[in-house]
Every structure is written in structure tokens, then in C-alpha cells.
Design a protein around this ligand. Structure first.
Ligand code: C5P
Length: 288
């Protein structure tokens, strides 16, 4: 049987508006998401049962037991051939760029390829995590509901720098600290021709989770200020519930130079650069 390699890209909320709250406590969101060419890598090898090994620069503290979303995701396919899964963790955990959700989505893609069955979908996938459905097909999308209602959006590639100050932020705590749960939705999304049009539109949108996250972890304000001060930065904002922030730049070269400058000034912070956009092709399971 074949071994598969699956890429789990970072998810970035370019804008995230909190528009309401459901009776079960989950918040209603209106968000524009895109995916980065940086992420985790999963390898799935045929085995009798399911198992997980985690290595890589960001593997510290990541569980290898059944509580890991990767194993929960793989188990959704029910009894049958198993897999020895190797997760190479490059994205910081609990950092607002969907690392765990993207890993779970990659495990779902990999197991479907390994067993040659249809990709899991529906409520069981949402139950793994509200961000898992959007990570299943990592293309730019408007996400509504609690994150599971997806509408594809055509976006130009957006050169970006991602920065995490190595502070974990609790998503429930950030939602709890929101001043208002009923904020206006995003403006209608026009057809973007150039990155500059998209950035101008984004500048008028928000991440409603940014103020409460900054209140809980003030270092996020430092990250945003550091990004904004980099040459060529057009917009700096937090992703998800933080603490990772992104800066959008006028070119790939500007983003690359900015990341190098920031990494030298803040060696303790995690950072990466690349164009945000469509990562679906890169995330398709590949035979090894
Ligand atoms: O679904 P997920 O496990 O990623 O969500 C983590 C927590 O974030 C939830 O338990 C909930 O407190 C909060 N959340 C929310 N509204 C959403 C998504 C997450 O309140 N749309």
C-alpha cells in the first residue's frame, strides 16, 4: 500500500467580524480567510491501527495521544485499515492560524486517500473544530455561521509576513472578553483585480477579536506596531483569536526583506513569509 504526504497550511483571517452568538455559546462570524504557503506536514503510512508521532520545530507540548485532533479526525472514518501518522509541526500551537484545525483537515484528506474513500464532511467535521471545514479545501473563502458556511472568493496573491510573539492565547477567553457580540458584518466583497484593491477594502474591515486579545496579551500590540513599522507594510492585523498577526506587503521581495529585518530584531518571535491565497493544490495528498 502507498504512503501519502499531506500539507496543512496556516489559515489567516484577513478580516473577522463577530456578528452574534448562538444559544449554545458559539459566536456567529463573518470572516475572509486565505491560506499561507507555510504549514505543517503529515505523512500517513498504512498500519493496522491509528498512531501519531509528532516532531518538528513547534512540536513541544503537542500531544501524541487520542486528544490530538489528528487522531480524532482520522478516527472519523470508522473501523478499517489504520495509519501510522507522522506530524511535522512547524506552526506554533494555539496561535490563531488554525494549526490544529489544518492538521485535522490534512488527516481527513490523507485518510481518505489512503483508504480510497470519499472525504469526510458535515457535522462530524465541524465538531472537530469550527475551523476544520474551511481547512478541508484551503482556498480563499468568506466564512459565516460559526465558520462552517463557506463561499469561495477570488483573491489576488497577498505577500505577507506572519508573526507570533510566542504567547498562547485562549480562544474561549478572548471571545468571553469581547465588549460587543453583535457587530456589523463585513462590507460586500467586490471583485478584486489587484492586491492593492483588496488591501484597501481590508483596511475598512476589522478583526473584532483583536481588542480583547490585546487586552489579555498586550505583546500583541507590540507585534502589530513592529509589523506596521516595517518598510512596505500596507496593513497589519491579528488573525483569529491571536496571538499571530500578519502584515501585508507590496511585493514578495518586500515581505521577505521585512521578515528578515523583524527576525533579527526579535529573535524570540516566530515568523514566516509568503503569499496568502490558494493552497488547495499544494495541500492535495501526494504519493510518496
Ligand atoms: O471549535 P473550536 O474548538 O475551534 O472552538 C474553540 C472555542 O472557541 C469554543 O469552545 C468556543 O468557546 C470558541 N468559539 C466560539 N465561536 C466560534 C468558534 C469558537 O465561541 N465561532
Amino acid at each position: 500500500m502507498s504512503q501519502f504526504e499531506v500539507f496543512a497550511p496556516a489559515k489567516v483571517n484577513l478580516a473577522l467580524h463577530v456578528t452574534g452568538q448562538r444559544e449554545d455559546g458559539y459566536h456567529l462570524l463573518d470572516s475572509l480567510v486565505a491560506f499561507a504557503p507555510v504549514g505543517d506536514m503529515l505523512q500517513l503510512s498504512p498500519a493496522e491501527s491509528l498512531s501519531l508521532k509528532v516532531t518538528g520545530p513547534e512540536s513541544r507540548g503537542v500531544p501524541e495521544g487520542p486528544e490530538n485532533l489528528v487522531l480524532k479526525a482520522a478516527a472519523l472514518y470508522g473501523p478499517g485499515p489504520g495509519a501510522a501518522i507522522h506530524l511535522d509541526k512547524c506552526l506554533p500551537a494555539a496561535s490563531g492560524i488554525g494549526g490544529g484545525s489544518s492538521d485535522a483537515a490534512a488527516a481527513l484528506r490523507g485518510m481518505a486517500a489512503l483508504r480510497d474513500v470519499a472525504l469526510a464532511s458535515g457535522a462530524a467535521v465541524v465538531k472537530l473544530g469550527a475551523d476544520v471545514p474551511m481547512c478541508l479545501d484551503p482556498r480563499p473563502a468568506r466564512t459565516e455561521g460559526i465558520g462552517e458556511e463557506l463561499t469561495p472568493v477570488a483573491l489576488p496573491p497577498l505577500p505577507a509576513v506572519l508573526v507570533n510573539p510566542r504567547v498562547e492565547v485562549s480562544t474561549p477567553a478572548v471571545f468571553k472578553a469581547l465588549a460587543s457580540k453583535t457587530n456589523p458584518a463585513m462590507e460586500p466583497i467586490p471583485a478584486f483585480v489587484e492586491a492593492a484593491d483588496c488591501i484597501a477594502w481590508l483596511a475598512r474591515q476589522r478583526n473584532d477579536l483583536q481588542p480583547p486579545a490585546v487586552a489579555l496579551a498586550p505583546v500583541i500590540a507590540e507585534v502589530l506596531a513592529a509589523l506596521s513599522a516595517l518598510p512596505g507594510c500596507k496593513l497589519a492585523r491579528m488573525s483569529g483569536s491571536g496571538a499571530t498577526c500578519f502584515g501585508l506587503f507590496e511585493s514578495d521581495a518586500a515581505a521577505e526583506a521585512a521578515q528578515a529585518q523583524l527576525a533579527a530584531a526579535q529573535p524570540g518571535w516566530w515568523s514566516a513569509h509568503g503569499a496568502l491565497g490558494d493552497q488547495a493544490a499544494k495541500a492535495a495528498p501526494r504519493l510518496r
